[in-house]
Design a protein around this ligand. Structure first.
Ligand code: UD1
Length: 340
């Protein structure tokens, strides 16, 4: 069986993807520097799948160490590149860290893939590349807008690097995934999202407030041009998202695409406002979440949700989990964390 190198494999989306890859019969090897994840994640993956994935604590920017991974695992047939810094605010304060981490690691990987004749890469991009789209739901054909943060810029630059590399090297195949807002946890609650410090993203902030760890949620703005005034996003279940990566790897290994580089939105097609998500969470869990409306957060997009038709039709993949089950899984995970 073929082996998939998963960078950032102990992270949030990475760990859920490793589970789905192993469940589908793939061997994996995880590379992660544990800068924003925990080694215990391997226990969770093993508990769910019955198999402990091989793990290399390595920084993707460390070319020598990465080279040794490719040498020791000669059966790697595809790379899924999750490893990246992803805090938008931090990227504004420390842009060089973001360019070094997020651009450097991709360059290292592509160089090593070429040297070791690994021809397939799945890359984690973001709907942030669309900025505020003119037409909603947004399709893959929508124009790329100037990035609002160094983080967003690294995603755009990385997409371009992959396109240029594929143009120059006809053996390279890539699938770019533009994620919308992944939320939730594995239904077993053995793995989930583990934010470092104060969560920046909405759902972990909600679950921590529900758990009493945070005093109250701040809803960033209720004066947007949306039905209830709060921002709208496309929240997608993380297990649904993980499954889309298995489909992508199989598609590349079977050479089903007629172009070298394909791009897919990964979303549900359904937009939910911050207040709708919050109210649904309270309804599903029966737990009150204190909140107050505050001013807008700098750099926020007003509304964005996906047109997922291309992924649905071309990949035969669809997000199937309900938002209610997804929110319940996030709450179960938060409770699991508190029992630890
Ligand atoms: C952001 C990035 C996205 C990136 C993702 C990675 C932007 C425009 N988007 O997504 O590119 O891939 O983070 O983590 O920067 N909210 C609150 N209170 C909170 C937290 C969030 O009201 O305490 C609101 C935000 O204003 C937003 C929504 O919740 O409307 C979702 O926010 P968040 O979870 O941070 O994700 P994005 O900003 O959509």
């Amino acid at each position: 069986m073929s082996r998939v190198l998963v960078t950032g494999g102990t992270g949030y989306i990475g760990s859920h993807t490793v589970v789905e890859l192993q469940n589908a019969g793939f061997d994996v090897v995880i590379v992660d520097n544990l800068s924003n994840s925990n080694i215990d994640v391997l226990d969770g993956i093993e508990r769910i799948t019955g198999k402990r994935p091989p793990f290399e604590q390595t920084d993707c920017n460390d070319k020598e160490a990465m080279e040794s991974v490719f040498v020791r695992y000669p059966d790697i047939c595809a790379v899924i590149h999750f490893a990246a810094s992803k805090a938008v605010g931090e990227s504004v304060e420390q842009p060089l860290k973001y360019y070094r981490n997020n651009i450097g690691s991709l360059l290292t990987l592509l160089e090593l893939m070429k040297a070791h004749k690994v021809e397939n890469i799945v890359f984690s991009s973001s709907c942030t590349v669309y900025g505020q789209p003119d037409i909603l739901p947004v399709t893959e054909e929508a124009p790329i807008k100037p990035a609002l943060s160094p983080y967003g810029n690294t995603k755009q630059i990385n997409e371009e690097i992959i396109r240029d590399a594929a143009y120059a090297d006809k053996t390279l195949h890539a699938i770019l995934r533009r994620y919308f807002n992944p939320i939730g946890a594995h239904p077993t609650a053995y793995i989930g999202e583990l934010p470092n410090g104060v969560p920046q993203n909405l759902l972990p902030f909600i679950t921590q407030t529900a758990a009493g760890i945070r005093k109250e949620l701040k809803v960033f703005g209720n004066d947007y041009n949306t039905p209830d005034g709060s921002c709208i996003r496309d929240y997608i279940n993380v297990v649904d998202l993980a499954k889309a990566h298995v489909v992508a790897v199989k598609r590349m290994l079977d050479r089903k695409a007629d172009t070298q580089v394909e791009v897919f939105n990964l979303g549900t097609g359904r937009g939910l406002s911050v207040l709708e998500l919050l109210n649904t969470f309270m309804k599903v869990t029966g737990v009150n979440v204190p909140y107050q409306i505050t001013g807008r957060r700098e750099g926020d997009i007003e509304k964005v949700w996906a047109n997922p038709d291309k992924a649905n039709n071309v990949l035969g993949w669809k997000a199937v989990e309900t938002v209610e089950d997804t929110l319940a899984s996030a709450w179960k995970w938060q409770q699991h964390l508190m029992e630890k």
